[in-house]
Design a binder for this molecule. Structure first.
Ligand code: UD1
Length: 367
């Protein structure tokens, strides 16, 4: 029997771990324990995803909560080290996903206790060290011994960094497993009707990156862009708690709320959000996951970032990097509205089967 500690902490982790746990169900020799660090704890950022994804209740919940990077990461390491040390039987391997603080902290705690780590979504690089996620990716990859990669750029980056090829596996995108599994169910959600929206006639917006929302000038620019977009297309904007806090403290929330084309919502659960995105005309975002989901859904994505760690979504998919320049955003929006925007295709191995390949690698790897 192989004993796995499967770590989740923040919203984008849940849809990546759900299919992996499901694929483990077919392995009689696997004992996966689900550990939720509690980095995200609001109902709409955490519990609702367990309900929507049919993810089983965590075996261990740590309730670490928010804080500065140092405080949060420190608490995560302390709590995870305690769990890893006390586990009976001991864990043979720790499985981490994505690039959040919980991912890096679990890796550091495990490796110092000599527990091997598998990183799902390894190798992605924005080459922008100002992003906290970039630090998390680099640290996690350099300490993990099994690097499970979602797109070809990840293999290239890891190879250039000197990682040995026998530790790298291109397995595809596990978040897209969840998307394909849920998209039909999402289409039956009543949300669009409740909001009075028609499929294909609105934009969905999300923004939460510190680089976009933590400085008043940048956030004000973003608010102006969204108001200008809403003159062409109604904008639906489920607001992340950190963004709402910034909009309030920079006194920008009123301008958004009073724009007639903008609908501000609380963060949505997985199925409601997929209902919204899968039937939208365009997605405007700074999220990493949404760049990938829009590519899989073949819906145009205007990415409000200067760079991306997911270049396949631009080269093959439907995403365009627009930075925070209103003119670039406007030009692309116009291209979408007049039907001249590029079309995209779904990258290799984004086929709904990534979790089966991941679990096969986890079961066959020598620890
Ligand atoms: C985290 C991840 C980011 C991911 C995002 C998805 C890191 C470094 N960042 O960013 O990669 O894209 O999750 O949402 O791990 N808060 C709440 N309720 C919660 C959680 C947070 O109100 O349940 C508020 C707190 O004020 C907190 C702030 O949001 O300080 C930021 O939360 P944090 O987990 O530090 O980072 P995110 O911005 O959510």
């Amino acid at each position: 029997m192989k004993h796995f500690a499967c770590i989740v902490g923040a919203r984008p982790n849940f849809m990546k771990m759900a299919p992996i746990l499901r694929a483990f169900e077919d392995c009689v020799d696997a004992d996966p324990i689900l550990i939720h660090t509690g980095q995200h704890y609001d109902h709409n950022l955490s519990d609702i995803f367990f309900e929507d994804l049919g993810l089983r209740f965590p075996d261990i919940s740590l309730g670490v909560g928010s804080g500065s990077h140092g405080e949060q990461t420190g608490r995560l390491i302390i709590e995870l080290e305690r769990v890893f040390t006390q586990a009976q039987p001991a864990f043979d391997r720790v499985v981490v996903v994505g690039d959040v603080n919980s991912t890096m902290a679990a890796t550091l705690a495990a490796v110092k206790l000599h527990i091997p780590v598998a990183h799902v979504e390894a190798g992605l690089r924005s080459f922008d060290r100002r992003m906290p996620e970039e630090t998390n990716r680099i640290v996690t990859d350099s300490l993990s011994d099994l690097l499970l990669v979602s797109e070809p750029s990840g293999v290239e980056n890891l190879t250039k960094e000197g990682h040995s090829g026998d530790r790298i596996r291109l397995v595809g995108n596990v978040m897209i497993d969840t998307l394909f599994r849920c998209v039909a169910e999402a289409a039956n959600q009543p949300l669009l009707t409740e909001l009075g929206l028609e499929a294909g006639t609105y934009a969905v917006v999300t923004a939460h990156r510190p680089s976009n929302v933590d400085r008043p000038e940048t956030l004000q620019g973003l608010v102006e862009v969204l108001i200008s977009v809403s003159e062409e297309l109604p904008v639906v904007f489920p607001v992340h708690p950190r963004t709402r806090a910034r909009l309030e403290s920079f006194k920008l929330i009123r301008a958004l709320e009073s724009a007639s084309g903008v609908r501000i919502l609380e963060p949505l659960g997985y199925l409601d959000f997929l209902a919204l995105t899968s039937q939208s005309r365009v997605i405007v975002t700074d999220s990493g996951g949404l760049q990938e989901e829009s590519t899989a859904l073949e819906i145009p994505c205007l990415t409000m970032r200067e760079n991306t760690e997911r270049p396949v979504t631009v080269t093959e998919g439907t995403s365009t990097l627009c930075g925070s320049d209103p003119q670039v955003l406007d030009d692309n929006l116009r291209a979408i509205l007049n039907g001249t925007y590029k079309s995209g295709s779904c990258p290799e191995l984004w086929d709904g089967q990534a979790a089966n390949r991941i679990v096969a690698e986890l079961m066959s790897s020598r620890d």
